[in-house]
Design a protein around this ligand. Structure first.
Ligand SMILES: [Zn+2]
Ligand SMILES: [Zn+2]
Length: 280
């Protein structure tokens, strides 16, 4: 039976940074769970009015609950959980968290089959991405999870439940029902995996992370044309701060230049030259 590196705590990728967090803007807190970020949207002075964006790695529920209680107080619970998409590293603890807090989960209608046990994602493509990611991606689980009655489609009018001022945009490509969240007032963007702010090769080496705008994680992206159009849509929003599923938040000029360059050069810099979802 293959050894699953994600369950080996001696591996450096379950790094020193896992479980630590920081405030990106006053009402958005980023918590890094091993390799992936979750976001708490809300301020500690309103501990009943916050929302969790994404749900981390499998078995990270305790880490997420502890971080939430440090920020919002003991026994706190969010009003809702919102998923940017259903990949394993964004929904790992979602069933446990929805049950523990007894709160609704929202996702794009196209993601619902993967969240209700109806359908499995296409398998990851280990032939793209290079190096460690290629080696690891064969271990990535792609079994569907089943949220049962906890999961609901996002409102059709692009508003977000319990997130006044925010709206969701359909940004498919990396996943069919991938969404990004945007707040016009301060141009804050929660990008999921539509793009990431870390090098592809170091996605799973959080210790060596260096901020840089990059295309979506390639081993899971089934539609590169849609992924490119989604990056262009997000670049056109001219975000002031971007919080992605992988990597540290970026802001200002560095963000805009990086995102504009990715939008223009996407087919050269982001799209893999070969691979399961490229050649056909
Ligand atoms: Zn993903
Ligand atoms: Zn991801």
């Amino acid at each position: 039976m293959p050894h699953n590196p994600f369950h080996d705590t001696s591996m450096p990728m379950t790094s020193v940074k896992s479980g630590s967090g920081y405030e990106v803007v006053p009402d958005v807190y980023c918590l890094t769970v091993q390799i992936v970020n979750v976001y708490f949207v809300g301020t500690p002075d309103a501990p009943k009015d916050w929302v969790l964006i994404d749900a981390g790695m499998p078995r990270s529920e305790e880490m997420i609950i502890n971080a939430a209680e440090r920020r919002f107080g003991a026994g706190c619970r969010p009003r809702a959980i919102i998923l940017t998409h259903g990949h394993f590293d964004h929904v790992g603890a979602v069933v446990e968290l929805a049950e523990h807090w007894d709160v609704p989960v929202y996702a794009h209608p196209l993601e619902l089959p993967y969240l209700t046990g109806a359908q499995a994602y296409p398998p990851p493509d280990p032939s793209v991405g290079g190096g460690m990611v290629a080696t690891l991606s064969r271990f990535f689980p792609n079994d569907p999870i089943d949220l049962g009655g906890y999961v609901h489609p996002l409102p059709a009018d692009n508003t977000l439940p319990d997130m006044p001022g925010w709206r969701w945009l359909h940004t498919p490509g990396h996943a069919y029902g991938h969404v990004s969240l945007f707040r016009d007032q301060d141009r804050a963007l929660i990008a999921g995996d539509a793009f990431v702010t870390v090098k592809q090769e170091s996605l799973y080496q959080v210790i060596t992370q260096h901020k840089e705008v990059n295309g979506p994680p390639s081993y899971f992206t089934p539609d590169w044309d849609a992924a490119r159009e989604s990056v262009r849509t997000l670049a056109a929003l001219k975000p002031q701060v971007a919080m992605a599923g992988h990597g540290m938040a970026m802001e200002g000029d560095a963000l805009r230049k990086g995102l504009d360059a990715l939008a223009v050069n996407f087919d050269v810099t982001a799209r893999p030259q070969h691979g399961r979802y490229v050649d056909d």
